[in-house]
Design a protein around this ligand. Structure first.
Ligand code: UT7
Length: 330
């Protein structure tokens, strides 16, 4: 069976218009702009409008990715959408996106791996390209998190925002050096209690009791998450480098999950990697879960930092605990 390689044909991202600044949050909880900036690097986050949902954010990001790839929507053969904040539990958000794109018939799935979701989705796309099953796959990370944020919990509400990012992942020509080299995925379910959104599943279905118990909001052990984020992203990056026999000095850009600048800085320090080569847009959008990696990547493409032919290391970490990495030449 022939083995093909995948390339990133185009990227796009979308941040909703409405902005929630640190100063806005000062009015909601006992915190300060200075504390938030110093401890996280976040200055503002974007919040979806009333009536604007995850599939809408995904649609906007997809349109831009298609434009960048110079491709029509009907060339997409498979939609993989990473989210933990779907429009609804059923049907999945990828199917809703399919309809918005005017497509019918092609498979469409949601991937649930929290903030690592996009790396998981990218890895799935990479496998389908490698086997030759599909030539063009839409991979999206999209989240509308704000309905699950308790704006009375100062550890949570300072961090999260809404966004979407999309990659068109396509079969590379045999002589194209710009391909995905490898992806690595990992999960540690025993650490699942560190970051939970319990409501809405069969264990805590939506009812008065579960709402009163606060199961509709995310709950997090921030300090523990921080330590595990640094540990798992560092080891996922190490694995990517070792597998491909690529030195960290050959990496042009590190695009980590944008949760907290201090986490990204600690991962860079682990490798003695220059901080100027870490793509960070966390100041602009906070933590947008599965959307952070494709949005950060796309913003760096659009502002000219990421160029064709460069070696890029992506890594993410999230509830689960899930983690992963992808090493590619863009
Ligand atoms: O995608 C993964 C999602 N989650 C994450 O990435 C979260 C990872 N964790 C973090 O980013 C950080 O742990 C936080 C930003 C959540 C907290 O920062 P920290 O430097 O780890 O603070 P801490 O938990 O060690 O708390 C230090 C102090 C505490 O006060 P005391 O006990 O020292 O008096 C907290 O109560 O800071 C206090 N604190 C705050 N103060 C002002 C916690 N949150 C706030 C706040 N404003 N928003």
């Amino acid at each position: 069976m022939p083995m093909y390689r995948a390339r990133i044909a185009g990227t796009g991202s979308y941040l909703p218009e409405k902005v929630l600044t640190n100063f806005d949050i000062e009015k909601l909880v006992d915190t300060t702009d200075q504390w938030i900036r110093e401890r996280t690097g976040i200055e503002r986050r974007h919040i979806a409008a009333d009536g604007e949902f995850t599939s809408d954010l995904a649609f906007q990001a997809t349109k831009k990715a298609l434009l960048a790839a110079k491709m029509n929507a009907d060339e997409i053969e498979f939609i993989i959408l990473a989210t933990v904040t779907p429009d609804q539990p059923m049907p999945n958000t990828a199917c809703i996106l399919q309809t918005k794109l005017g497509l019918a018939g092609i498979p469409a799935i949601d991937v649930s791996a929290a903030c690592s979701g996009f790396i998981y989705a990218l890895s799935i796309a990479d496998q389908f390209i490698r086997t030759g099953m599909y030539k063009n796959i839409l991979v999206v990370g999209a989240e509308t998190i704000h309905p699950f944020v308790n704006y009375k919990d100062r550890e949570i509400c300072i961090l999260f925002g809404d966004a979407a990012g999309a990659f068109i992942v396509s079969r590379a020509a045999p002589d194209d050096p710009n391909t995905i080299y490898s992806t690595h995925l990992r999960a540690e379910g025993s650490l699942g209690d560190l970051f939970v959104l319990a409501g809405g599943g069969c264990r805590h279905p939506i009812n008065q009791e579960s709402i009163e118990q606060g199961h509709g909001y995310m709950k997090m052990k921030g300090r523990e998450i921080f330590k595990n984020a640094v540990r798992t992203m560092s080891s996922a990056c190490q694995l990517a480098l070792e597998t491909n026999k690529v030195g960290i000095d050959q990496v042009d850009w590190l695009v980590p999950h944008q949760a907290n600048w201090r986490i990204m800085e600690a991962v860079a320090n682990h490798f003695n990697f220059p901080k100027e080569k870490v793509v960070s847009v966390v100041h602009e959008m906070g933590n947008t879960s599965a959307a952070t990696v494709p949005v950060a990547f796309d913003m760096a493409v659009k502002d000219g930092r990421i160029q064709r032919g460069q070696t890029i290391l992506l890594t993410a970490f999230g509830a689960g605990l899930t983690s992963g990495s992808a090493l590619l030449r863009y």
